[in-house]
Design a protein around this ligand. Structure first.
Ligand code: 1HE
Length: 267
């Protein structure tokens, strides 16, 4: 299976030699607001990525902002029925679940606005890197809306229920070190979030694909299970992953002392 970048309009796709794909939301004039077509393209890409040899993904936004969330103009113009919008939300879930559970590491390179559905998208990535311009908000409350792309699950997982509710009720914005401290992003850089996201994606891409599949799929599935079932599933997954033939060379390298040791970071 291959992915043809020419099939995509709202996403710009670039592959590098290490198997890292950059997926860029490419509607900067609309602050990368998520319209129906963009969601369908995310579904198409992330449905194929695990079988197309994509080793890791950097998810980014063109222009100064990562993503302004739901395309409010499209939503206003469509004047949707409750059933229509429920189906819109189900397509968002399809896209974001494929990201979170697909088994391919997704690193979000954030900048500017990461708001509403943009934060829902970012929270479906496995790792988030923010820069000095990045800010997070859930403006749904002010717009007369409610989250529909998984924030009630994923944003609460990141920052907790009380903070998520406060953001929706009051429009609270998180930025800077505080955003890292509360768990919104794992990394903050003064320079380009893209550069660090790429570096992290390349590190992840150097792992064995089956190992990454377990990390970027099994952990999320296990969160949805009882502790008893999760422990059982963990044993089964480890049975498969930890005996994969490709791991033997890595174990041999440890045994013959040629493999790098784990050391503390330089001060
Ligand atoms: C948009 C959108 C959008 C910008 N839908 N078109 N999300 C929000 O409530 C965030 C709404 N957006 C903003 O608050 C601001 O636009 C930004 C902070 C993201 C950027 O500000 P700025 O000053 O750089 O841009 P702008 O002048 O506000 O907008 C530039 C253009 O982008 C303009 O279009 P133009 O044709 O008039 O030039 C805007 O209309 C357009 N634009 N954001 C559509 N969101 C499944 S439920 C999820 C629920 C939600 O996500 S609710 C949260 C929605």
């Amino acid at each position: 299976m291959t992915i043809d970048p020419a099939r995509f309009t709202n996403l710009k796709l670039d592959e590098d030699p290490s198997g890292v794909w950059t997926v860029t939301l490419n509607r900067p004039a609309k602050r990368n607001a998520l319209d129906i077509d963009t969601i369908e393209e995310l579904i198409a890409f992330f449905a194929d990525a695990p079988r197309a040899g994509v080793k890791a993904v950097v998810l980014a936004g063109a222009g100064d902002h990562f993503c302004a969330g739901l395309d409010l103009i499209e939503h206003h113009d469509a004047d949707r029925s409750p059933a229509d919008f429920m189906h819109v939300c189900l397509r968002w879930h399809e896209a974001f679940n494929k990201m979170e559970y697909g088994g391919v590491p997704v690193i979000a390179a954030l900048k500017g606005a990461v708001v509403g559905g943009g934060l829902e998208l970012a929270s479906a990535a496995h790792v988030r890197v923010m820069d000095a311009t990045t800010y997070f908000a859930l403006p749904e409350g002010q717009r007369g809306l409610f989250t529909g792309g998984g924030a009630t699950i994923r944003v609460t997982d990141l920052v907790g229920k009380a903070r998520m509710i406060d953001m929706m009720l009051t429009g609270r914005v998180y930025q800077g070190q505080e955003a890292v401290d509360i768990g919104m992003a794992q990394y903050r850089v003064e320079g380009s979030s893209m550069d660090l996201a790429m570096e992290l994606a390349r590190k992840a891409a150097a792992n064995l694909p089956l190992t990454n599949f377990a990390i970027c799929s099994a952990v999320s599935h296990m969160q949805n299970m009882s502790a008893l079932d999760a422990a059982y599933a963990e044993a089964v997954v480890a049975g498969v992953v930890n005996t994969q033939p490709d791991a033997r060379a890595r174990l041999a390298a440890f045994a013959d002392k040629s493999a790098a040791r784990v050391r503390p970071n330089a001060e």
